[in-house]
Ligand binder design. Sequence first.
Ligand SMILES: Cc1cc2nc3c(=O)[nH]c(=O)nc-3n(C[C@H](O)[C@H](O)[C@H](O)COP(=O)(O)OP(=O)(O)OC[C@H]3O[C@@H](n4cnc5c(N)ncnc54)[C@H](O)[C@@H]3O)c2cc1C
Length: 478
Amino acid sequence: MRPVLNWSYRHIMSAVVAVDGEKFDTQVPLIIVGAGAAGLCAALAAKEGGIDAVVIERDDVPSGSTALSAGLIPAAGTRFQREKGIADSPAVFAADIQRKAKGEGDRSVVDVVAARAGPLVEWLSDRYGLPFEVVDNFNYPGHSAMRMHGLPSRTGRELIDRLRNAAEANDIVILAKSTAQRLFADSESRIRGVEVVHRDGTSERIGCKAMVLACNGFGGNPELVGRYIPDMAGALYFGHPGNQGDAVIWGDALGAQLSHLGAYQGHGSVATPHNILITWATIMQGGIQVNGEGRRFCDETRGYSEQAAEVLRQPGGFAWTVFDARIAAVARQFDDFQNAERAGAILTANTIEGLVGDMRTPFAAFAAEWNEVENLKLANGQDRYGRPFRAEQACKPPFHAVKVTGALFHTQGGLAIDSKGRVRRKDGGSFPNLFAAGGAAAGVSGSTAAGYLSGNGLLTATVLGRLTGQTAAEQIQC
Ligand SMILES: Cc1cc2nc3c(=O)[nH]c(=O)nc-3n(C[C@H](O)[C@H](O)[C@H](O)COP(=O)(O)OP(=O)(O)OC[C@H]3O[C@@H](n4cnc5c(N)ncnc54)[C@H](O)[C@@H]3O)c2cc1C
């Protein structure tokens, strides 16, 4: 792995300042950098632990990649599942995460997030009134039980707005329009504070007893993406532009251990040119993808993350997701899908001939693929890629197609952490008062895009956010 230090030496040298006895303009117990799901869950947990955090956020209003997401959090053994008769457990969930990650997820972190996800969803619901329900009309690839928990609109905008409301109701200070620029650390690698640059150009130095980095990964930094994720260099970045890799840059300068920088969450179904996420329910319910030549190119159900690069490898870098009215009805639970319909992204026709005409795709090639798949469904058979089909997935008119491309959603590599969320040092052990959560921390997806199990993003944001807030508060109280 090439150290981040190579890419911009000057930037990094000024990113962390060694201090002993530095004077700060203000002193607070806990600083949290970033007001996405991770940062706000950390702040709420710290508050419950008796610690007032200051959350530093570069945007006017908290949004982050959290707001762009579908807001679905996977959790096992919840009462929402029990109410619907869904059998599940943290152990099964942890095994699913590791199966998708090919065993590359840090075991202690995987076990912690799998065990704490259920309590997390119930905590947000019971204590802060977030009305979660379990999605039970389709499942995501790699999950052996229905365990995606979402809010009524199935949007991350609703999730972040509800978290912000909870933070405001609990008098948590969110320092908006303010960017954390440089960290101050003493000779024992204890974080002493941060320099914050406000939107009006002024700056201040805020001292702290502990810090949580919740500023996501480096998806918004093309230079780092090009270096570590060449497959996605130049691809559409669908995440929050403010996620510039600051946690990784600071961590590298501090001597933190960085893990799996090549891992990422991609998505192989973003409507183009409309740039609207098309839910993977379209595939999991029996839809297929073909390229511009009308040909299928893989088992689409392995996962949407690895499908991003697959789609980008097709002629013209696009594909068509094709499905029917029954599948569209399932997809319509997502606001995004409805937006795509309103934007005219979803083609509709009563016959395959009509649909293919609108797609301007060679009919013979498409018809051969379509007929083969529909026959396999009737026979409960498996295709040449190993994708199984079932009779109840048979498609009936009217048919739909949407032109899609592959996109980078967020990076999964980052600061290695221990099971309490403490940032690990390159030379062993952990930093005494530095924590990381969400996209700032190395995820549980291993080293590739294919290792991403649906929901790993918000799983580590919310669960590790809460955990780091709790741990930091306990430490400060001692
Ligand atoms: C389109 C899309 C759909 C997705 N759908 C899902 C889903 O359904 N389920 C799921 O699990 N995951 C999903 N994800 C991934 C998920 O959104 C992220 O993994 C998760 O939101 C990360 O949360 P976070 O709090 O770590 O980061 P963010 O929500 O991105 O928050 C980080 C915040 O830090 C701020 N920041 C950054 N640097 C600084 C700085 N130096 N100073 C001050 N502020 C700073 C940013 O402005 C931002 O507000 C999706 C992602 C995308 C893009």
